[in-house]
Design a binder for this molecule. Structure first.
Ligand code: ATP
Ligand code: LTN
Length: 352
């Protein structure tokens, strides 16, 4: 029986690195916000954190999907994440459906989750409004997500602001399970990145850049866009009628702030250095030109690596299989503890 927090802590760490879990939906073409707000940071910090990163295809089918498209987008996202710098020797990047513990953990956690907690979720309300028929999976989405996180005893869950409520629910579920049964779960913390936390749409800087809208012309820079396309999108970005190139919280100046924020994260500079870089700029035209340049330059090696990986899908699948093995090694013992705690008879392994 697991009772001490110390034991949970030691289980959740193979070395001194704090454990991180995050998930991404294979829901379309990755865009610059995904890179600046998530993928880049995961890669930059993989020496100091123990990353478990999951392509959440089981979550994806909570809304309608074309099967072939889902399969294609899942592989494309895997290739893109590796191309963005996730090193398979340092980070465990795997496909959720390869590790059956996720679906099993979800079921057990369902049975300690009051349905009212799920009906209150903002994402459920947003995604279900106006639909003729809503799947049970869509309501259950946050419990599957709680299972993802809790199976790995993750301390930190980097997510965008929109997913904070789900991580808080995962905390509530963990605490409830710990209270009803045994103290099995680390209670995870949501981590919202400050820089790059919210890259805004180029056509409308009041809405978050998102892969679901990346087909709308002028909304996003997609990570696979060609240089000309990137330049065109940035040059057409909405700005304001002033001509001052500095960071600001003024909603009227959100467009310029967004462009400066992109430049800052792409170049790993601090705000004062960014503003100094533009001290000699002649207006927003100059700003946009230089922002486009750093994006094009930064994405070039990523695009090259992405196409190499997609040229050898067998090798990509092999990399994913190795990661899934590792994910299973970590999650399976936790699932067994959950089964033990709720009173299941564990199978007799001496027979296999
Ligand atoms: P969807 O349109 O399917 O919701 P998305 O592009 O909004 O997709 P997610 O799959 O929800 O992206 O998120 C993947 C990761 O990328 C998350 O960690 C999220 O916080 C981050 N992310 C997504 N969009 C942005 C953005 N505009 N700015 C900063 N980070 C972002
Ligand atoms: N719901 C998240 C994706 C996701 C996730 C997770 C994020 C699924 N499981 C576990 C963090 C931890 C999204 O739509 N971005």
């Amino acid at each position: 029986m697991q009772t001490s927090t110390d034991t949970i802590e030691s289980q959740s760490n193979s070395g001194t690195r704090r454990r991180v879990f995050s998930g991404v939906q294979p829901s379309g073409d990755s865009q610059l916000g995904n890179y600046l707000g998530a993928f880049k940071g995961w890669g930059d910090r993989q020496d100091e954190k123990e990353n478990f990163l999951c392509i959440v295809d089981i979550h994806a089918i909570t809304v309608d999907q074309d099967p072939e498209e889902l399969r294609r987008q899942t592989r494309e996202l895997a290739a893109m994440l590796f191309a963005c710098g996730l090193d398979p020797d340092k980070s465990t990047l795997f496909i959720q459906s390869h590790v059956t513990a996720h679906a099993e953990a979800c079921w057990i956690l369902n049975c300690v989750t009051p349905i009212g907690w799920l009906e209150r979720m903002t994402q459920f309300k947003d995604k279900s409004t106006g639909l003729d028929s809503v799947s049970t999976g869509l309501l259950d989405y946050p419990v599957l997500m709680a299972g993802d996180i809790l199976l790995y005893s993750a301390h930190e869950v980097p997510v965008g602001e929109d997913q904070k409520q789900h991580v808080e629910l995962a905390r509530d579920i963990a605490q409830r399970f710990n209270r009803i049964y045994d103290e099995l779960f680390v209670v995870p913390e949501p981590v919202i990145p400050e820089i790059g936390g919210r890259v805004m749409g180029l056509n409308d800087p009041s809405v978050k850049m998102s892969k679901s809208y990346s087909h709308i012309r002028g909304h996003a820079v997609r990570l696979l866009d060609e240089p000309k396309e990137i330049q065109r999108s940035i040059m057409r970005a909405v700005t304001d009628s002033e001509n001052e190139i500095r960071f600001s919280n003024d909603p009227e100046r959100a467009g310029v702030n967004n462009l400066l924020g992109m430049y800052k994260v792409m170049t790993d500079k601090i705000e004062s250095e960014v503003e100094a870089d533009f001290a000699d700029a002649r207006g927003y035209g100059d700003l946009k030109k230089r922002v486009a340049e750093v994006i094009i330059e930064g994405l070039a090696p990523i695009q090259k690596r992405y196409y190499e990986l997609m040229d050898d899908v067998a090798e990509l699948d092999r990399m994913l299989a190795v990661s899934a093995d590792h994910a299973r090694q970590v999650s399976e013992p936790k699932l067994q503890e959950m089964k033990q705690a709720v009173g299941f008879v564990l199978p007799d392994h001496s027979r296999s």
